[in-house]
Design a protein around this ligand. Structure first.
Ligand SMILES: Nc1nc2c(ncn2[C@@H]2O[C@H](COP(=O)(O)OP(=O)(O)O)[C@@H](O)[C@H]2O)c(=O)[nH]1
Ligand SMILES: [Mg+2]
Length: 319
């Protein structure tokens, strides 16, 4: 399967990502095989409020890269509508015309992975996309919860999409998004108030920059009208500049190391949880402990460490 993925076979790619998404048997082997061929793509995260125009932008960016004859993988992560699939369906239709292009692969991720969560599943899907030789991987995600911030961390370049008339949203940008933004896009610049958003972000930037180091990247601001393809060229140029900057002095490597520091710990957590699940602790057993704790026949603060110690003993014996 991995050989076919590497050859760019879209069906094999789809199957491999599904395998990973479902955490099906063989998923780890596929990922491990893919990992050897991953790491060469530029990962571009696009985040922002629902309706900001992320999908429209991603579609435009993807087209532009295809014009430059670069291969593109797109992951649209939208945890806000896992059941109705509203936005996701829209994305699919919009992207459908690109399905016949072998140099491009588009995928919606709407499921939450069993133990690792959406961020891990997305990261794993990116690994598969990279193994397929995609040069640019675009990851679209709604910038709301922690899961989404974790998804963005996996990107080499993070684009934060803002729109005029957000009002209080600018306050929430201050909170977290300011730190993760490498490039600001002010989309829907055809609407009233684009200048105001720009001014507000610049004001926040100049405050933040008083504390920043000399050689730090100053996130540029690009105004776009995604629906009309306006500003896309400037955005692509900004991404290229960021890519160049990252490539100098080992910055990209440092960024990815920082990511892996967190990811490895997260993978350990998941691996441990998996061990715990696999070595007993059936729901019935948990139910029994729950009842005992509720009846105050067990102290959970003593019970859990004891159970863990017992389980580790079992794991050791199993080796
Ligand atoms: N006026 C205007 N509408 C836009 C622009 N970009 C996207 N839209 C529209 O905004 C809506 C949401 O776009 P979409 O890309 O699905 O946003 P997402 O939820 O962030 O992915 C759609 O109806 C788009 O056609 C823009 O630059 N100007
Ligand atoms: Mg979207």
């Amino acid at each position: 399967m991995v050989e076919r993925v590497r050859a760019g076979d879209a069906r094999a790619l789809a199957r491999a990502i599904s395998l990973v998404e479902d955490d099906a048997p063989g998923a780890v082997e596929v990922l491990s095989a893919c990992f050897r061929y991953a790491g060469d793509a530029l990962r571009i995260g696009v985040t922002g409020s629902p309706g900001a125009g992320k999908s429209t932008l991603v579609d435009r960016l993807a087209r532009r890269y295809r014009e430059r004859e670069e291969t593109v993988g797109v992951l649209a992560v939208d945890p806000t509508s896992p059941f109705t699939g509203g936005a996701i369906l829209g994305d699919r239709i919009r992207m459908a015309e690109r399905l016949s292009d072998a140099g491009m692969y588009v995928r919606s991720m709407a499921t939450r992975g069993a133990l690792g969560g959406l961020a891990q599943t997305t990261a794993d899907a990116v690994t598969v996309l990279e193994a397929s030789g995609k040069q640019k991987v675009l990851i679209e995600t709604v910038g709301v919860g922690q899961d989404e911030v974790d998804i963005v961390r996996l990107a080499d370049v993070t684009i934060v999409v803002l729109v005029p008339g957000m009002g209080d949203d600018v306050q929430s940008i201050k909170a977290g998004i300011m730190e993760i933004a490498d490039i600001f896009v002010i989309n829907k610049a055809d609407r009233e108030g684009a200048e105001r958003v720009e001014k507000e972000v610049r004001a926040m930037q100049s405050l933040a920059m008083k504390h920043s180091a000399e050689d730090e990247w100053v996130p540029p601001m690009v105004k776009t009208v995604a629906t009309a393809g306006q500003g896309i060229e400037e955005l692509v140029a900004a991404i290229d500049r960021m890519h160049e900057w990252l490539s100098e002095g080992g910055r990209l490597a440092a960024r990815r190391r920082r990511y892996w520091r967190e990811r490895i710990v997260e993978m350990m957590r998941v691996a441990l949880l998996r061990e715990v699940h696999q070595h007993g602790f059936s729901p019935a057993e948990i139910e029994e402990y729950a009842a005992k704790v509720e009846q105050r026949r067990e102290d959970p603060y003593k019970l859990v460490p004891r159970l863990i110690a017992e389980r580790f003993a079992v794991m050791e014996e199993g080796r």
